[in-house]
Design a protein around this ligand. Structure first.
Ligand code: C2E
Ligand code: MG
Ligand code: MG
Ligand code: MG
Length: 280
């Protein structure tokens, strides 16, 4: 009996593992096709200047409109795209489409429009030898000024090999590409290296912003950013009280559902002052 039960458990376990493997394989196949079929879209979440109460720029976030499953979250497919290397062509598309979109918005609203976009770059993309050339090409193709494209990298991406990262970040900075460390506080940053990296900003992970007990951590990161001479962006602001606390600490920029969820490009365009054509 015991043995039969054990066998049954094994069979169930085995079957669920089998199903997981199948689902994963299906996801890989679908991802490969999705790139060719153009099923990806970009949405844009404002990065707000907290003192001026103004949109300073937009973070680019990818969305997948799966023909059968509907909208699939990046949390579900970025990891698989990383493991399979598909993140490289996908990331290249995100970079070019984001730059194209920014150029269009700047042309529509030259004085008031969005000043920059930030594009997320995952670890696998950071290892891609073509990254710097790709970034340079995207800027050039769309006529973007230095500073108008920023990249977001996580701590683990950068701290894996900080010496190599410093070199790469230096080349990007030479092209006028500011770098933000994303989800800051959730990884393991060596403070010694942090001082040596050519960074432009720290994005405080939303877990610290959203837990009232963690405000001391936020304060520490704001102070750290100041000592490094970089800006600080708070992620995941949902409550007015969080915003007030961050302002009081001198946090410069913020993002979160309190301001806006990531928006479709049409919704962003509606916020721009598009010049009225002069009719003769
Ligand atoms: P991330 O770069 O840290 O982006 C922030 C995530 O938090 C986004 O989720 C955003 O929609 C969400 N968020 C923003 N404000 C709030 C808020 O107030 N409350 C809550 N609960 N969430 C908020 P999303 O779009 O699902 O993206 C998840 C992650 O997927 C991103 O985290 C990033 O690591 C990755 N990702 C997204 N787009 C890309 C991309 O184009 N390339 C790469 N390599 N990774 C991407
Ligand atoms: Mg990000
Ligand atoms: Mg983040
Ligand atoms: Mg995150």
């Amino acid at each position: 009996r015991a043995r039969a039960a054990a066998q049954e458990r094994y069979a169930v376990f085995n079957e669920s593992m089998h199903n997981q493997a199948l689902a994963r394989l299906q996801l890989e196949t679908d991802l490969r096709q999705a790139i060719r079929r153009g099923e990806f879209r970009l949405v844009y979440q404002p990065i707000v200047d907290l003192a001026a109460d103004r949109v300073a720029g937009w973070e680019v976030l990818v969305r997948w409109r799966h023909p059968v499953r509907g909208m699939v979250s990046p949390l579900e497919f970025i990891g698989v795209a990383e493991d399979t290397g598909l993140i490289v062509p996908l990331g290249r598309w995100v970079l070019h489409e984001g730059c194209r979109q920014l150029a269009e918005w700047m042309a529509a609203d030259p004085d008031g429009g969005p000043r920059f976009i930030t594009v997320n770059v995952s670890a696998r993309q950071f290892l891609d030898v073509q990254l710097v050339d790709e970034v340079e090409r995207a800027m050039r193709d769309h006529g973007l000024r230095p500073g108008s494209l920023k990249l977001e990298l996580t701590e683990s991406t950068v701290m894996g090999d900080p010496a190599a990262a410093a070199g790469l970040l230096g080349r990007l900075r030479g092209l006028g590409i500011p770098i933000y460390l994303d989800d800051f506080g959730t990884g393991y940053s060596s403070l010694a290296y942090l001082h040596q990296l050519p960074l432009d900003g720290l994005k405080i992970d939303r877990s610290f912003v959203q837990r009232s007990g963690e405000m001391a951590v936020v304060q520490t990161i704001v102070a750290l950013a100041r000592s490094l001479g970089v800006v600080v962006v708070a992620e995941g602001i949902e409550e007015p009280a969080q915003l007030e606390a961050l302002r009081a600490m001198g946090c410069e920029y913020g993002q979160g559902y309190l301001f806006a969820k990531p928006l479709e490009p049409e919704a962003v365009a509606a916020t721009l002052r598009v010049p009225v054509p002069v009719v003769a």
